[in-house]
Design a protein around this ligand. Structure first.
Ligand SMILES: CC(C)(COP(=O)(O)OP(=O)(O)OC[C@H]1O[C@@H](n2cnc3c(N)ncnc32)[C@H](O)[C@@H]1OP(=O)(O)O)[C@@H](O)C(=O)NCCC(=O)NCCS
Length: 395
């Protein structure tokens, strides 16, 4: 690649960076929204690629906190605003920017992102770590199973009047949910502003509020017969049931939709689970370990395990052999010279980390090689997460 230089973004670069991202993704954020996201960029966490004095590439990382199984929270570099000018694609601009960006992630044991296309980031050591499923329930005639309690306690509320309570519920929810992210105050400002540009053709946002949970939804369609849940957080099982009872009772609505994880409660609440359909399945959060022992020691595990992992990392060279010993849910992980029991790429380890994907699936695809099948089962059992992982919010 010739004539491309990489440097920190300066304040004067942001308009050009905004043009690149809006040309790539087809939308332009209102200035207040763009400023809120800019405020989350980590110190020296924005790079541009330049051809002469023309900005032809942009990539940043945001300063986030990621919840891992067991409830520990890790600093996470959230890669975002990645775009290359259509005139300069496929000549290594992205590779150069990510090289530059990852060198700046000092103090971050893990990085994460959402991928526009699933073929881009595996080569950089990222693996899909949560599954994002859209469910819809056809609610006419849908009946709640007689065994399901009716906790009540839900009211319609104006979010702006209950900001502190919403933030508190969200914090409690994200601290117990693998993949959960802390929502900074500047993003709450944006959520509560409910800007026209964020409605995607839907109505203004409605809010159902419970002492331990909330659901935001909008109505879509010519007749406004689809209620799409745009944000849902329940810190207790009781709040989740209470909120779903109200959503299932939305008269005049044919369909209630939600993007969620694949182990959702909804089919189990109904006498007829076929009223719930999966309309799409995609990857959500992608993870990339930067400090493998620190990250593996941070989560708790569901079963004991003793294995030497050989992790390949072609992009950053931070792989190697690691002895992972799990006892009573806690892990010790150290570099070792011992012979490996399991060989895998760092992207696969990222996919296993939150428990959303199983070692046995990767073993079947020959992307994880293990000395015996019992060890594959032991990996499945250890990395499972009782609480399903899901992406805290999109970035
Ligand atoms: C995706 C994008 C950033 C890639 O930038 P780029 O400068 O062309 O990427 P590079 O030249 O560094 O590519 C590095 C490697 O990834 C591959 N690659 C890049 N983008 C790819 C894509 N969309 N699909 C499949 N492979 C891709 C390249 O072929 C290259 O492979 P190679 O090393 O085997 O030759 C650019 O196409 C773009 O701006 N797309 C629109 C915005 C977007 O999707 N951004 C990502 C947001 S998550």
């Amino acid at each position: 690649m010739c004539d491309i230089t990489f440097r920190s973004a300066e304040a004067t670069d942001w308009p050009a960076m905004g043009v690149l991202t809006s040309a790539a993704f087809g939308f332009q954020q209102p200035e207040e929204t763009a400023a809120a996201w800019r405020s989350l960029v980590a110190s020296d966490g924005a790079v541009v690629a330049c051809a002469g004095d023309e900005v032809v590439g942009t990539a940043v990382f945001l300063d986030f906190e990621l919840t891992v199984p067991g409830g520990a929270v890790l600093p996470m570099a959230g890669v975002s605003m990645v775009a290359v000018a259509p005139t300069h694609r496929r000549r290594g601009v992205l590779t150069g920017m990510l090289d530059e960006l990852h060198r700046r992630m000092v103090g971050y044991p893990i990085a994460g992102l959402e991928a526009s296309e699933a073929e881009i980031y595996g080569r950089f050591g990222y693996g899909p770590a949560t599954v994002w499923e859209r469910l819809e329930v056809h609610r006419r005639g849908a009946r709640v199973h007689p065994g399901v309690p009716d906790p009540g306690g839900v009211r319609m509320a104006r979010p702006i009047d209950h900001r502190a309570q919403l933030e508190d519920i969200d914090e409690r929810w994200r601290r117990r949910t693998p993949g959960g992210l802390h929502t900074p105050a500047r993003l709450w400002d944006e959520v509560l502003a409910d800007r026209e540009e964020s409605r995607h053709g839907g109505t203004p946002r409605y809010c159902l509020l419970h002492a331990d949970g909330y659901a935001f939804y909008r109505l879509f369609g010519d007749e406004k017969t689809t209620a799409e849940v745009t944000k849902f957080a329940a810190a207790t099982a009781e709040a989740e049931i209470a909120l779903w009872r109200v959503l299932l009772g939305l008269d005049l609505k044919e369909v209630v939709g939600i993007h969620t994880h694949p182990r959702h409660l909804l089919p189990y609440l109904l006498t007829d689970p076929r009223r719930v359909r999966v309309t799409s399945v995609e990857d959500g959060l992608w993870l990339r370990m930067l400090d493998i022992p620190a990250v593996l020691q941070a989560r708790t595990y569901s079963a004991d395990l003793s294995a030497v992992l050989e992790v390949s990392d072609g992009f950053l060279g931070r792989g190697g052999r690691f002895a992972l010993d799990v006892r009573g849910g806690q892990a010790a992980c150290v570099a070792t010279d011992a012979e490996p029991d399991v060989c895998l790429d760092v992207s696969v380890l990222g996919s296993l980390y939150l428990g959303a994907h199983r070692a046995s699936s990767f073993a079947a695809a020959h992307r994880l090689r293990c000395k015996d099948s019992e060890l594959v089962s032991a990996l499945d059992a250890a990395f499972a997460s009782e609480i399903p992982a899901q992406l805290g919010f999109g970035f």
